[in-house]
Write a protein of this length. Structure first.
Length: 252
């Protein structure tokens, strides 16, 4: 079931409290008489008449309200992706940085379209500006992974980026026979979010010298290890991989 912070309807607000537990607050118990405003404001103006429900106790029609985001339309891609399928786009769009939500996706760089050159990527980035980007990589075993960043990719003397950035990979869910998105968010242990070198791109790091994701300037060789920045698993099919294709998308 999709995660949804709160759902407002004729029954009130259905809010996830913990795994498998939900709080239902009836709108009529609110002293303000309105369900608008922040969650904190709403709860502070709500009487003590509330109940906790297990997932099994919640009627199906209320559960369906929480699955509404599964039916949200896909974002508009101004060009067709040669690497991403619809399920990649759908799952990634639900986890985007707030400043990227609701914008069209524009292809800023593609190894198939622009050649395998980090220099070309940097040049294209300079025209795009300092806005969020999505890096999507597929290796030769067809494993897909990458990074969502709060800012453009550029040559830098030091690491940069904010805690909104994250690494991700798509992994098989054998029980459901689907590919599911696994997101690795910033841990706060260091600020090694992203670094652009003339000869490589680096995402995440630590004192051990291992990176969450590293790709060379020809977009051919790469590696992925657990790093303190994101506490990620290996993103690729094995720690050292060969790229099949790379795409970088911006949001306009």
């Amino acid at each position: 079931m999709a995660s949804y912070p709160h759902v407002v309807g004729e029954v009130g607000i259905l809010h996830k409290w913990s795994d498998g537990m939900f709080v239902l607050i009836n709108e009529q118990t609110s002293s303000s008489g309105s369900s608008t405003g922040t969650n904190e404001h709403y709860y502070s103006n709500t009487s003590s008449s509330w109940e906790i429900y297990t997932l099994a106790d919640i009627p199906r029609e209320r559960i369906l309200k929480m699955e509404v985001e599964d039916d949200l339309p896909l974002p508009t891609l101004r060009e067709e992706s040669e690497l991403m399928q619809q399920y990649h786009i759908q799952q990634l769009s639900k986890n985007l940085i707030s400043t990227a939500v609701g914008h069209d996706w524009v292809l800023l760089y593609s190894t198939n379209k622009h050649g395998m050159s980090l220099r070309t990527l940097y040049r294209n980035m300079a025209e795009y500006g300092d806005s969020p980007v999505l890096l999507f990589v597929t290796d030769t075993t067809l494993q897909s992974f990458g990074a969502v960043l709060s800012c453009q990719l550029k040559i830098s003397e030091h690491y940069y980026g904010t805690g909104e950035s994250f690494l991700f990979k798509f992994q098989p869910n054998e029980e459901q026979a689907i590919l599911e998105l696994k997101v690795y968010r910033w841990t706060g242990e260091n600020d090694f979010v992203v670094k652009g070198n003339p000869d490589s791109l680096v995402f995440g790091g630590g004192e051990d010298g291992r990176f969450g994701l590293w790709i060379d300037d020809q977009f051919y060789h790469g590696s992925s290890y657990m790093c303190k920045t994101f506490k990620n698993e290996c993103l690729s099919s094995k720690p050292d991989f060969i790229c099949k294709g790379v795409e970088v998308w911006g949001f306009v």
